[in-house]
Design a binder for this molecule. Structure first.
Ligand code: SF4
Length: 289
């Protein structure tokens, strides 16, 4: 006799593109309408999602994958778009000096975080920035001043050796709130006068909280999103911290359905740059199969 296990697929809300990503994509498509005859270059991935990037390519928008400052050497006319997670001032200046039409698609949460850092630099603070090495947002922040110290882990926090008492601690917008907490606690003890400012964007943190809430009742968790996305990686780390059968996939083809056959309660979550229709189709497919 075969035991048939009924699988329940639960889609966690919110899902689909966040406001920052949607606006950035709209800006690119608007640019295509406004400048139908011009070359349009997106200086880096506008979002970390291969499906959206494909749509942009179909609209004849060139996605620049190499280092943007250097890439500008070969761009002599047309429109350049600065992606959602920011761009260094040097790159912006270079584009302007080449008389390129510049469109800034930086998300307002990233601008907010950047402005607070500038404010504390002006007040003569050194900045400790928790982020991801070589991420566009971290690169843009680091370009503001040599007094910004990037750390990516608690271990790196432990090796900091700063002599100033004027320290401001903040982070990249799509970090995991559960990852940065021990770093905050450690640095508060090491530098009692440090000013701590959490800058996780609400769109990313609500997904982390919702996922955290269901860990105790999950048999398996699927995170849908691009492996290069910081906030998807944060979701996967949260899932994996408690649920062994956690899967991080960007498409249904990457998922081995056989691994889910014995699972009763499956939760599905997705990053802020994972398109809505991809998530919905994914869940429909799981329910049918
Ligand atoms: S995840 Fe947050 S910071 Fe990043 S683009 Fe979306 S709204 Fe902006």
């Amino acid at each position: 006799m075969f035991l048939v296990i009924e699988m329940k697929v639960n889609l966690l809300e919110p899902y689909g593109n966040c406001i920052g990503v949607s606006k950035a994509i709209n800006k690119l498509l608007e640019a295509r309408n406004k400048y139908p005859d011009k070359n349009i270059y997106c200086l880096g991935k506008i979002v970390h999602n291969d499906n959206i990037m494909e749509t942009l390519k179909q609209n004849n928008i060139t996605i620049i994958e190499e280092e943007p400052y250097k890439a500008l050497d070969a761009i002599n006319d047309g429109v350049v778009v600065f992606p959602a997670h920011g761009m260094s001032n040097a790159i912006k200046e270079k584009a302007k000096n080449k008389n390129l039409i510049c469109i800034d698609a930086t998300c307002r949460y990233v601008n907010h975080s950047t402005n607070i850092i500038k404010e504390y630099l002006e007040k003569d603070y050194d900045i400790i920035f928790i982020g991801t090495r070589n991420h566009a947002e971290a690169n843009a922040i680091l370009s503001l001043s040599k007094r910004i110290h990037l750390i990516t882990s608690l271990e790196e926090a432990k090796s900091l050796n700063l002599s100033t008492e004027r320290l401001f601690l903040t982070n990249q917008t799509a970090m995991s709130k559960y990852d940065i907490k021990p770093i905050h606690d450690y640095l508060k003890e090491k530098y009692p006068n440090i000013v701590i400012n959490k800058e996780i964007c609400a769109m990313a943190s609500i997904r982390q909280e919702k996922l955290y809430e269901v860990l105790d009742k999950s048999d398996a968790i699927i995170v849908i999103g691009d492996k290069q996305s910081n906030n998807c990686t944060a979701l996967y780390k949260i899932a994996k911290s408690k649920i062994k059968d956690s899967f991080f996939v960007s498409s249904i083809e990457e998922l081995n359905l056989d691994l889910l056959r014995t699972k009763k309660n499956i939760y599905v979550t997705s990053g802020t740059s994972t398109p809505t229709d991809l998530v919905i189709n994914f869940v429909k497919y799981l329910e049918k199969n």
